[in-house]
Write a protein that binds this ligand. Structure first.
Ligand SMILES: [Zn+2]
Length: 212
């Protein structure tokens, strides 16, 4: 059994700097991480954190393929997906696609769970899910139902491009709150460097310690 040191809670700037940099929200909320360190090898054995951090990690699983390739700067290494993405980049958006929106959507697809990202302390894809587009013609956006698109330059029912930006006033919950996202009930989790996650209980942490 290695000699252990349980570090005091630290902010994400040490353990997850890139996540903190991705957070552009006004209501910034630090992520707390408690690190369990093997003092002999100076290795982090695992981290412990609350549901806010785990929700951010789980949101990775909801990212569409095109967004993953873009975030990885076309070096994701997922089969031939990087080349497929680069091919779309060079295709002429007016000659090859029904609308400009087709190319935009393929290169920057929104997560189907994106509206729930509002409750995350860090939105990894950097997209603004309150943003919608309209043709701004009457009655398309003045009627009760209204016509809006998630993708700029989509074609409206009136055949005009939906190029004008509007913002939803309320997408559910407060930014940075601990309300609905993915995780419920269990307050604390332990996270290994390979991103294996378990509820924070002694019996869950011990096998990881004994591996070292
Ligand atoms: Zn319209």
């Amino acid at each position: 059994m290695p000699l252990l040191f349980t570090g005091k809670s630290v902010h994400s700037s040490s353990g997850s700097h890139s996540y903190a940099m991705a957070s552009q929200t006004k209501a910034y909320k630090p992520i707390e991480l408690k690190l369990v360190i093997d003092k002999i090898s100076n290795q982090v054995l695992y981290a412990e954190s609350n549901k806010d951090f785990v929700d951010v990690l789980l949101s990775f699983l909801t990212l569409p393929m095109g967004t993953i390739i873009g975030l990885a700067d076309k070096r994701s290494g997922i089969g031939s997906m990087d080349e497929l993405y680069k091919s779309v980049e060079v295709l002429d958006d007016e000659k090859c696609f029904w609308t400009k929106a087709g190319k935009t959507m393929l290169l920057n697809p929104r997560s189907a769970y994106g509206f729930q990202y509002h409750n995350l302390v860090v939105k990894i894809d950097g997209m603004d899910y309150s943003k919608l587009y309209t043709c701004r013609r009457d009655p398309c956006w003045t009627s009760n139902s209204g016509f809006f698109s998630l993708v700029k330059n989509s074609i409206c029912v009136c055949r005009q491009a939906m190029e004008y930006e509007v913002h939803l006033q309320n997408t559910g919950g407060n930014v940075g709150s601990s309300s609905m996202a993915f995780i419920n009930k269990v307050d604390r989790y332990i996270i290994r460097d390979d991103l294996e996650i378990l509820p924070s209980r002694i019996e869950n942490g011990l096998p990881w310690l004994e591996e070292k």
